[in-house]
Design a protein. Structure first.
Length: 154
């Protein structure tokens, strides 16, 4: 790949595999995301550059960019003096990702509580949560607290 961004092929390939798995991205979208990680100067990459760098069709690049934009993994920007759109890693995505994780843990806590209330109403021989469920809820609460504390520092 001949381009203006310098990157390490081994790290690039590891990033492609990692982000494809973590974000459930198709191959080209994962390559685009991994490539953008190397844009340390935040100059942005244009649509045409992606087509050239990856030798992919315009349709495939467009589809991949839409996937990444919809997932909020990347952002685009039009510079005042240019008609081209420039794509960048979304620096806010780390916050967004962990806020989603916190929300899922809070949703699970609510579900566990709803199940407990239902069980209590249905079962005359109801026993409080067992120790394992209590420990699990404590773990969720501690992780929520830790993540929220860290998010406040971002």
């Amino acid at each position: 790949m001949d381009n203006k961004i310098q990157f390490d092929d081994k790290i690039f390939q590891e990033a492609v595999r990692f982000y494809a798995a973590v974000f459930s991205l198709p191959p080209l979208a994962s390559k685009i995301y991994a490539y953008l990680l190397f844009d340390f100067q935040k100059v942005g990459i244009t649509f045409d550059e992606f087509v050239e760098v990856f030798g992919a069709s315009k349709s495939s690049v467009s589809t991949s960019l839409v996937i990444l934009l919809n997932a909020e993994l990347i952002v685009d920007h039009n510079k005042i003096d240019e008609r081209k759109r420039f794509f960048y890693i979304n620096d806010e995505y780390k916050r967004i990702r962990f806020e989603k994780i916190v929300q899922k843990m809070q949703d699970e806590l609510k579900l566990l509580d709803d199940l407990d209330v239902f069980n209590r109403k249905q079962n005359q021989n109801y026993e409080e949560y067992n120790e394992r469920v209590i420990a699990y809820k404590d773990l969720l609460n501690k992780n929520i607290s830790n993540i929220q504390e860290s998010l406040n520092k971002l």
